[in-house]
Design a protein around this ligand. Structure first.
Ligand SMILES: O=C(O)c1cc(=O)[nH]c(=O)n1[C@@H]1O[C@H](COP(=O)(O)O)[C@@H](O)[C@H]1O
Length: 244
């Protein structure tokens, strides 16, 4: 269904469906720059990702402000350390009212994060294989398996660890959905509206294709942040997601 086909009564629901599928990555060097974008996007966006760059520039205080203002926050720290450290860091994130937290999809790490999040509303996502990697990049990093086989293995291990879901490329989403089943989360970065600049991403698809392949939510950074009109770019992606 397109925006045009949705009747007046359905329009609110149509936009809400699109909005619930979009996470905007606040990849900024300062909290004030991130705040300015949040202000600009207003009610069009309800879920924000705070990653490595913003975390070291006041991102955790901003996370508290966003949560206080009724937004959801995805803390993208991609944790990977000894179990004790991962468990404690995850428990600390859970206490802050964060909705989503990433860890690298290694069995020990995911099991520790599952323990840290137990009894809280925090959902842990395992990063399978980064969307900037292809088979040659994995080989260079010392792995013998292809991207597809590695994602398949790690998605299965995420399910066994009992975490909430996985981060994967939209091109892997159908396979990961089949492994995780209908109740876990599949979240895909590496999303580019048709014609958008690809940048350093290697395994990409459009917003509608990502949802069509089984993603619950997509993560979008530069196609909104670097757009001449970020609000218009976000609106257009929300409409595409709502119709998918
Ligand atoms: O965990 C992530 O969010 C993530 C995993 C991954 O495999 N690839 C990936 O791009 N990301 C993040 O998703 C965002 C994508 O940003 P853009 O490429 O600008 O849309 C960035 O904040 C990345 O850190």
């Amino acid at each position: 269904m397109s925006e045009r086909e949705a009747g007046h009564a359905d329009l609110h629901e149509f936009h809400a469906r699109g909005r619930d599928r979009l996470i905007v990555a606040l990849d900024f060097p300062s909290a004030s720059a991130a705040e300015a974008l949040v202000w600009q996007l207003g009610d069009v966006v309800s879920f924000y990702k705070i990653g490595l760059e913003l975390t070291v520039a006041g991102g955790l205080d901003l996370a508290a402000d966003l949560i206080g203002a009724g937004k959801k926050v995805f803390l993208d720290l991609k944790l990977h350390d000894i179990g004790n450290t991962v468990e404690r860091a995850t428990a600390a994130a859970a206490e802050k009212g964060i909705s989503l937290l990433t860890v690298h999809a290694y069995p020990q790490t995911m099991a520790a994060a599952a323990r840290g999040a137990a009894g809280s509303d925090l959902k842990v996502l395992g990063v399978t294989v980064l969307t900037s990697y292809d088979d040659a990049d994995l080989a260079k990093a010392g792995y013998g398996a292809s991207v597809t086989d590695t994602v398949r293995l790690r998605a299965g291990q995420a399910r066994e660890a009992g975490i909430a879901g996985c981060i994967c490329a939209p091109t892997d989403a159908a396979m990961v959905r089949a492994i995780l089943g209908p109740d876990r989360l599949v979240v895909t970065p590496g999303v580019r509206p048709a014609g958008a600049e690809v940048g350093d991403q290697k395994r990409i698809a459009t917003p509608a294709a990502a949802i069509g392949a089984g993603a619950n939510m997509i993560v979008v950074g530069r196609p909104i942040l670097a757009a001449p009109d970020p609000l218009e770019a976000a609106r257009s992606i929300v409409a595409e997601l709502a119709g998918a």
